[in-house]
Design a protein around this ligand. Structure first.
Ligand code: 5AD
Length: 477
């Protein structure tokens, strides 16, 4: 069992002691109104951890709860139900949630009516072990059980915890309208689950088998999203480009979405290299709304490691795919995921990863130390034998390499003009906007006469490894 689960969960973490305001503002005598079925209307706060799929699932949960007459609230202090939508991909993702639960338990002891739920991948991964470690949790619910949320809230009101852990290959939530924050970019789940079975990965065990949503429903959704003011659609799936609906493949879906009136940009995440078909590449190359950007998880640059990871491609095949993408779409920006310190990774294997990153020169990368996950194929049959200090050293080496490459790639943009979809105020300066280029680079610039949702030309004068800074040129200035 995860060693962090044996923490004394009733202890008050010292970080909380200074946070008195948080507790004194809680209203212990909140009066509940009733919905049409005579059940209490709950004020639900959803806190999301992990990947974009979880953000999208939280929107779905909000949709399900709202449909049942409950309310979602933006301030946790207004909530009488707190749902943590969690991640299980690495151990530290789960540790974070355990710490958060300890914190929430402190509040729960002062507030009789408070319901605490753990939803998502960590719930599915730890199942009833979670209740043993955190007995005050009222509800444990995996990603295929959200339809039961309203029923679960009624059930736990009577005192018993609720476990919703059935994985269901037929559950695609196609009939549920998610509740999204207003904005410019909408994330649209086109596929749930994963069939790939990479040996390091917990996802197939906590999200179940792969299933695609029907194309006609997705295009209807996109039309609605455009009507609501969204300009950019990001198609989401665990291996998004293995999408298929009968004869329609992922390339076809990209075209269909891009051609909907009002869609300015379409992107997707995360594809699997083995599913990067010509149909996908054709759509990316030829469809004007398809962004010239691809997040292409590499994981390792060593073929023996890739085999051990069951990635189903060799380092050479990955290199060839990158070459093909760059030949067909010269301006394409590439990003990746890399794991160091996987079972049996030698210095030579690590150097193969380092060298391939140096050769390919990704625009950016998410880099991780391997984290052994109970239930995965690697956990059952391979030894997690790279010492922690060695994992850390390898991680630091590729992070420094990538920082340097990202900075150099961005520096080469200085003096050029990029096309930016304006998203909102810059966090640091309200007189500036931020937005993304077609290649998904964050860009910051003075507002001039631009409006949120405009696509503006920005001439870049300064860059960092992660941001472009410039001025609008042309009509909007
Ligand atoms: N340990 C470390 N990183 C992992 N990832 C997935 N599983 C693990 C694990 N057990 C990384 C992969 C994946 C990204 C989402 O998380 O790089 O692409």
């Amino acid at each position: 069992m995860n060693k962090h689960l044996s923490l004394p969960l009733y202890k008050t973490p010292s970080s909380l002691l200074s946070d008195e305001k948080f507790f004194t503002q809680i209203d212990n005598n909140r009066i509940h109104s009733k919905n049409a079925n005579g059940h209490s209307v709950r004020n639900v706060f959803i806190e999301t951890y992990g990947c974009q799929m979880n953000v999208s699932d939280s929107e779905l949960m909000a949709g399900i709860l709202t449909q049942a007459g409950h309310k979602t609230v933006a301030d946790i202090e207004d909530a009488d139900v707190i749902l943590l939508n969690t991640c299980a991909i690495r151990e530290n993702a789960e540790t974070k949630v355990i710490n958060r639960l300890e914190h929430l338990n402190h509040r729960k002891r002062r507030e009789d009516n408070l319901i605490i739920g753990v939803c998502g991948c960590m719930a599915q991964h730890l199942r009833d072990k979670l209740l043993k470690a955190a007995p005050y949790v009222d509800l444990v619910m995996g990603p295929d059980a959200y339809r039961n949320l309203p029923m679960a809230l009624n059930a736990v009101a009577s005192g018993d915890p609720f476990l919703g852990l059935q994985l269901d290959k037929s559950e695609d939530y196609a009939d549920i309208a998610p509740i999204r924050k207003e904005g410019i970019r909408a994330w649209l789940t086109i596929q749930r689950g994963c069939d790939k079975m990479c040996t390091f990965c917990i996802v197939p065990f906590v999200r179940g088998r792969e299933r695609s949503l029907p194309l006609h429903l997705l295009t209807d959704d996109v039309k609605r999203l455009v009507d609501e003011g969204f300009k950019e659609i990001v198609l989401l799936g665990q291996t998004v480009n293995s999408y298929h609906d009968g004869d329609y493949d992922f390339g076809e879906l990209l075209w269909r979405v891009a051609e909907i009136d009002g869609v300015e940009r379409v992107r997707f995440t995360s594809p699997h290299p083995a599913d990067a078909t010509d149909s996908m590449i054709d759509a990316m190359e030829n469809c004007p709304q398809a962004c010239k950007q691809l997040h292409l998880p590499m994981q390792s640059g060593s073929t023996p490691m890739l085999e051990r990871m069951r990635r189903t491609y060799t380092a050479e095949e990955y290199r060839e795919l990158v070459a093909k993408l760059r030949e067909r779409i010269p301006e394409i920006a590439l990003s990746t995921d890399v794991i160091v310190g996987f079972c049996g990774e030698s210095e030579e294997d690590f150097m193969a990863t380092y060298n391939l990153m140096e050769e390919i020169r990704f625009d950016s990368a998410f880099m991780f130390k391997y984290s052994d996950r109970e239930g995965t194929l690697a956990n059952k049959s391979l030894e997690d034998d790279v010492p922690e200090t060695e994992k850390a050293r390898r991680l630091n080496e590729i992070i420094s390499l990538q920082e340097q490459i990202s900075a150099e790639i961005n520096q080469a943009i200085i003096g050029k003009t990029v096309s930016v979809l304006v998203e909102g105020d810059s966090r640091r300066d309200k007189d500036q906007f931020h937005g993304k280029t077609d290649t998904f680079k964050t860009t910051v610039f003075p507002k001039e006469n631009a409006q949120i949702g405009d696509i503006v030309d920005v001439k870049v004068h300064t860059t960092t490894a992660h941001t472009l800074i410039g001025n609008i040129i042309g009509d909007n200035c």
